[in-house]
Design a protein around this ligand. Structure first.
Ligand SMILES: Cc1cc2nc3c(=O)[nH]c(=O)nc-3n(C[C@H](O)[C@H](O)[C@H](O)COP(=O)(O)OP(=O)(O)OC[C@H]3O[C@@H](n4cnc5c(N)ncnc54)[C@H](O)[C@@H]3O)c2cc1C
Length: 432
């Protein structure tokens, strides 16, 4: 019989946005919660683009806009389609506060400190190796040094979630359902950032990048402006990297050398290089979210909206909803799967699973038509603008017809039907 000395009400594994949101919600409700993080400090191991989103962050930290270590308020979103030497940029600019760029090492650390102030007991530099089960129920965790027991354990241990796999909540991720992302933080003078990205001191710009070195693959690139640095990176699904024998850092080098990107980062100095996985499976790959005595939140539950680069907000809200469910379970002293499954219902009713459901067909469609949508048509957008902006004496009407005819000669009729059908299927699933 195991001795239950280190017993608390709730253990949360992982102090990323999901874990901290869950722990702080529990502590604010007066519950006893231990948050265990393997990093030297919360955020020390965390990698993202990236932007945090105001609505979700405010739900957890109402005063974060004045108190948290933020970099810049994003006022511009650019969607950049790279050809070999050219590019098309769609830019949307609005002076609002819907998202902020942050450095995770600073932001996560601040968030964990807030959790401590709220009463969370934070244990850092400690890896949870195993979950302890008794009579089919999770009753605690085993770290390198000791065992901790709890009424409920929340798994917020990120995309790999070895712990969720251990107890059969998740299966091994298929390589097509996960992207390997590499990124660099490049130091650049604040005034130069302002000038190159057409922003003022506190303002930021986001660049989402299609094509270029990721042409024909399920991959995206990104740039974010920080106070005095720029983040640049890309992510491509693991199966495509393996199939094409690409090394991600080589793709990133190519991206940095593209004529539309290079001037933005000229003379910038490498400060940090990192790599991380991103869940890509979408709604269909969300695993079982709870079992007796245990819940899964954030990336561990594959809750990422890739098309919109949203992950931290889904993580925070899933952490909060899990905490609300745990509070009910603690009040009832019922830690069964049946009671904890209220978490799933809450998620279904929130934007988290609603948004993921909206894009449920996106990955299947993109995987099956990637050569069409992520290569041919992307290239065609650039060649349209090449044609549209040229003034070589050819009558414009001739140019238009040449462009239209090229589509029918490049692609067979049945391929065009398949492309149109894929778009209809996608729009149908998104809108209905
Ligand atoms: C390159 C990149 C760019 C991204 N850009 C954006 C963006 O711009 N905006 C956005 O919203 N999202 C973005 N995301 C997604 C976002 O980072 C994640 O969705 C989010 O961090 C998930 O939060 P989480 O708390 O679930 O997991 P994580 O942030 O991964 O946190 C998990 C924590 O658990 C700890 N841990 C893991 N295992 C153990 C263990 N066994 N014991 C103890 N501790 C453990 C880890 O150290 C870590 O601190 C990006 C992701 C990547 C990789």
């Amino acid at each position: 019989m195991l001795k239950k000395e280190n017993k608390t009400e709730v253990i949360v594994v992982g102090a990323g946005p999901a874990g901290v949101a869950c722990a702080i919600t529990l502590a604010r409700a007066g519950r006893e919660v231990v948050l265990i993080e393997r990093g030297l400090f919360a955020g020390s191991k965390n990698v993202f683009g990236g932007a945090i989103y105001t609505q979700a962050t405010k739900e957890i930290f109402p005063n974060f806009e004045t108190e948290a270590p933020l970099e810049r308020r994003n006022i511009e979103h650019n969607y950049l389609i790279l050809g070999e030497k050219d590019s098309t940029n769609i830019s949307y600019r609005k002076d609002d506060n819907s998202s902020y760029s942050v450095i995770r090492g600073k932001f996560d650390r601040w968030a964990a400190e807030e959790a401590k102030k709220a009463g969370v007991y934070l244990v850092e530099e400690t890896v949870v190796r195993d979950l302890i089960k008794e009579k089919g129920k999770v009753v605690g965790v085993r770290t390198e040094l000791e065992e901790f027991y709890a009424d409920i354990v929340v798994l917020a241990d990120g995309v790999n979630s070895l712990l969720a796999k251990q107890i059969g909540l998740r299966s091994e991720i298929e390589t097509k359902d996960v992207a390997l992302s590499v990124k660099e933080v490049l130091t650049l003078d604040k005034d130069i950032i302002n000038q190159r990205f057409r922003v003022n001191d506190e303002e930021g710009s986001i660049v989402e990048i299609f094509g270029g070195p990721m042409l024909g693959m399920l991959g995206l690139g990104f740039m974010y402006t920080n106070k005095d640095s720029v983040t640049i990176g890309l992510g491509v699904t693991l199966n495509e990297l393996a199939e094409n024998n690409y090394r991600p850092f080589e793709l990133l080098e190519q991206l940095k050398q593209h004529p539309s990107i290079a001037p933005l980062i000229k003379d910038a100095v490498l400060k940090e290089y990192s790599a991380h996985l991103i869940p890509e499976g979408g709604y269909k790959k969300v695993p079982k979210l709870c079992d007796d005595g245990v819940l899964v939140v954030g990336d561990a539950a594959m809750l990422v909206n890739n098309l919109h680069w949203e992950g931290t907000n889904l993580a925070m809200i899933s952490g909060k909803l899990a905490a609300e469910t745990v509070i009910i379970a603690l009040e009832k002293e019922d830690y069964s799967k049946k009671t904890l499954s209220k978490y799933e219902k809450k998620l279904q009713n929130s934007f988290v699973l609603k948004d993921m459901k909206t894009y449920r067909e996106l990955f299947d469609v993109m995987h099956s038509r990637k050569k069409a949508f992520l290569s041919y048509y992307l290239t065609k957008i650039n060649s349209f603008f090449e044609m549209f902006t040229s003034s070589d004496g050819t009558p414009k009407k001739d140019n238009y017809w040449k462009f239209i005819k090229s589509i029918f000669t490049d692609r067979k009729i049945y391929e065009l039907f398949k492309d149109v059908w894929a778009v209809i299927r996608l729009l149908w699933s998104i809108l209905l």
